[in-house]
Design a protein around this ligand. Structure first.
Ligand code: ACO
Length: 401
């Protein structure tokens, strides 16, 4: 009888790194993070510069093609994206198969995966031109599908995309306009939306991006790969945290209750975590959280909203950052800590928060997929395991067990 565990010593050589704490899975030229210093660069540009000075479309171009576009390239790119904003009319019927109270992320997992059934003309993953068309289609159609999943959940008619508007303006329009009423997009909100998209555009090999790359390594089509990324993003330890932050703030309710809540977090008995805090890579303030905090003030001022949740979040941050538990573990606010407050002020329900994250991250996912597909030799991703089950044993017939 073979002792399987012995085989590891004799024949197998691999690194055991559960949760990939220290394993690089690929080379990439897209995004750089220095977690200790709190630095995030896309194609070499700081996230602060991109959020302040660029539009999301420029960031998309840089992530996909390696450099910021000049004016002509940007115009052409914007044209290529707006060309694909509509979805196949048949998808409307696909939506109608879902329950109205379905979580919009559940709907997104389904409809984005189903895009491969509608756009099979761009499924040749070995043709760079077809890969590019798929990338444009995904970037362009995600906002349309996200807005449709919102409209469907509230029982309002779908709004067709408007290509005379910017990416962010069009998204707000599709979410909040109704056919019977005139609708003007508030430029402050459109700018904030654009910035939120930029801040969530890419973040190197996080769980959902690694999922997209792993799915892509089997040569699955890009629509299926992005659907896999969306499914992974949904979890509260990842993109679902923005929804969880708002729910947590509502549960705390008042700043007087913060010490009691933090005591529960530190006690770890029921695994309560301070949502929107901590990050696998950042052991310093997440630079995206800083930009969002500023944006939050602007949006609330523009809308004349005095949200007690913002005050509560600021107080929670202040107390946590001076608490030895959080200091010792280097737990700082991450991108999700303030995003929910802005999105709520804009009128989005909490269930849509992670969907908006998916709209923004689609460009990161597809840029990483494109980069992987451009490698001269693509090998399927196939992690190993440390087997801890029984060694080989005798089969015993059922009547003798
Ligand atoms: N609240 C309380 N304690 C925490 C938190 C938190 N938010 N995050 C980590 N810790 C503690 C852990 O309990 C652990 O303590 P220990 O050393 O006493 O056991 C220590 O800090 C290290 O935590 P890990 O879980 O090992 O850290 P990891 O890198 O695996 O997790 C993660 C990172 C998942 C982001 C974690 O910090 C977390 O759950 N945060 C809350 C959810 C969240 O905000 N997610 C969004 C992340 S950003 C994004 O995806 C966009």
């Amino acid at each position: 009888v073979i002792d399987i565990r012995k085989l590891y010593d004799e024949t197998s050589h691999f690194t055991f790194d559960p949760s990939f704490m220290a394993t690089g899975s690929c080379k990439s030229r897209i995004t750089f993070i220095d977690g200790d210093k709190g630095i995030l660069l896309h194609r070499g540009y700081t996230i602060q510069d991109l959020a302040e000075k660029s539009t999301f479309m420029e960031v998309c171009y840089a992530l996909l093609y390696g450099d910021l576009p000049n004016a002509k390239q940007l115009k052409e790119f914007e044209h290529n994206i707006t060309y694909h904003t509509m979805v196949h009319e048949q998808l409307h019927f696909f939506f109608r198969g879902f329950r109205r109270d379905a979580h919009p992320m559940a709907v997104m997992c389904g409809v984005v995966g189903a895009l491969s059934a509608f756009y099979h003309d761009s499924l040749d993953i070995h043709d760079p031109k077809q890969r590019e068309i798929s990338a444009h289609r995904l970037i362009a159609k995600l906002p349309t599908l996200a807005a449709m999943s919102y409209k469907y959940s509230i029982g309002q008619p779908f709004m067709y995309p408007r290509n005379d508007l910017s990416f962010a303006e069009n998204f707000l329009y599709m979410c909040f306009a109704v056919p019977a009423e005139p609708y003007t997009v508030n430029p402050v909100l459109a700018r904030a939306m654009d910035r939120i998209f930029t801040l969530h555009a890419d973040h190197e090999q996080n769980a959902s991006t690694s999922t997209v790359r792993l799915a892509g390594s089997s040569q699955a089509n890009p629509f299926a790969c992005i659907a896999a990324g969306i499914a992974c993003l949904w979890g509260p330890a990842h993109g679902g945290a923005n929804q969880a932050v708002l729910e947590m703030l509502e549960e705390i309710g008042h700043k007087d209750n913060i010490p009691e809540f933090l005591a529960k977090v530190k006690d770890k008995g029921d695994n309560t975590r301070l949502m929107g805090f901590g990050h696998r890579v950042y052991k310093n303030y997440d630079p995206r959280a800083e930009v969002l905090k500023k944006s939050c003030d602007e949006v609330l001022a523009e809308l004349g909203i005095n949200d007690p949740l913002l005050e509560l979040a600021q107080e929670l941050e202040r107390i946590a950052l001076s608490d030895p538990y959080f200091i010792e573990r280097k737990l700082f606010p991450n991108v999700d800590f303030y995003s929910g407050i802005i999105l709520k002020a804009m009128g989005f329900p909490t269930s849509m928060f992670t969907v908006l994250f998916a709209v923004a991250r689609t460009v990161g996912w597809i840029s990483q997929w494109k980069e992987m597909m451009e490698e001269p030799s693509l090998k399927i991703g196939r992690p190993r395991q440390l087997y801890t089950g029984p060694a080989q044993r005798e089969y015993v017939p059922v009547d003798k067990r």
